[in-house]
Design a protein around this ligand. Structure first.
Ligand code: ADP
Ligand code: MG
Length: 256
């Protein structure tokens, strides 16, 4: 298989859970600097696609390349075999991930949460890790929160800590899975604002979201999924103003 030039390149991706096919042949290229929003009804396979890109869910067939390297599998003369843990971690390294739930360690300070992966997985020295961690906290507007415990923070602040934690590992692309869905409405804006700043700085981002306003303004590309397939994709303007498929038109109706 030849390396493709996109930051993330998905070809013929299929994923089953038991007898149920959840992704039925996804093709998608994410180029450097792209801000791609993935929209679609619940159960359409958005999270599974994102998790497959990071190989958190092992996909069944097709392939996903992350910065030119197939993730999770390696080709051998006898066929495909699962990549080892070290190889997987290496291929996954350029990806930063943010989920709906923040998964912060309650017994650790905000700064320790942000620097943990840096120190453990990347082997950075404490001083250097803390310097990076503080810089990332500043970036998400939480410089003065370094010594706080997560449970003293609002949901929006916790999610910004989770973004700082992902950024601390210097990802080349960020994957977000409904980063604002667990937040009270008044806290959504502060998280979207951090994401807009990242986008403006040129970060490559793939964002599963129900925030249509954000998708319309921050994304340069929107992908609509339904039933484990990409039904439509294009500029936000094209998709939101002139949906081609009935399914997208109906889906957008529910958000108006
Ligand atoms: P979305 O994120 O678009 O809501 P998901 O990717 O979470 O959709 O799920 C797609 C389909 O796969 C759903 O029908 C869901 O029930 C199923 N699914 C997701 N994860 C699992 C799992 N770990 N085991 C079995 N079925 C799953
Ligand atoms: Mg989901």
């Amino acid at each position: 298989m030849t390396a493709r030039t996109a930051a993330i390149s998905v070809r013929g991706l299929q994923k089953r859970f038991g007898a149920k096919t959840v992704l039925s042949g996804i093709d998608l290229d994410i180029h450097t600097g792209d801000v791609t929003c993935i929209i679609g009804p619940s159960g359409s396979g958005k999270s599974t696609l994102l998790r497959s890109i990071a190989f958190l869910d092992p996909y069944d067939s097709g392939d996903v390349q992350v910065f030119g390297k197939m993730i999770g599998w390696r080709e051998t003369p006898l066929g495909r075999e699962r990549a080892g843990a070290k190889e997987l971690a290496e291929t996954r390294r350029p990806l930063g991930m943010v989920f709906q739930h923040f998964h912060l360690w309650p017994h650790m300070s905000v700064l320790d949460n942000v620097t943990l992966a840096l120190r453990l997985a990347h082997g950075a020295a404490r001083k250097q890790a803390e310097e990076t961690g503080r810089a990332m906290l500043e970036k998400v507007g939480l410089a003065t929160f370094a010594d706080r415990r997560p449970d003293s923070l609002s949901g929006g602040q916790k999610q910004r800590v989770a973004i700082a934690r992902a950024l601390a590992c210097k990802p080349k692309a960020m994957l977000f899975d409904e980063p604002t869905s667990a937040l009270d409405p008044e806290l959504v804006g502060e998280v979207l604002s951090v994401m807009k700043t990242l986008a403006a700085e040129g970060m490559t981002m793939v964002i599963v979201t129900h925030e249509m306003g954000f998708a319309a303004h921050a994304a340069n590309r929107v992908v609509f999924m339904d039933g484990g397939r990409i039904v439509e994709e294009g500029s936000p303007r094209a998709l939101f103003a002139e949906p081609k498929s009935m399914r997208l038109a109906q889906f957008l109706q529910t958000w108006r």
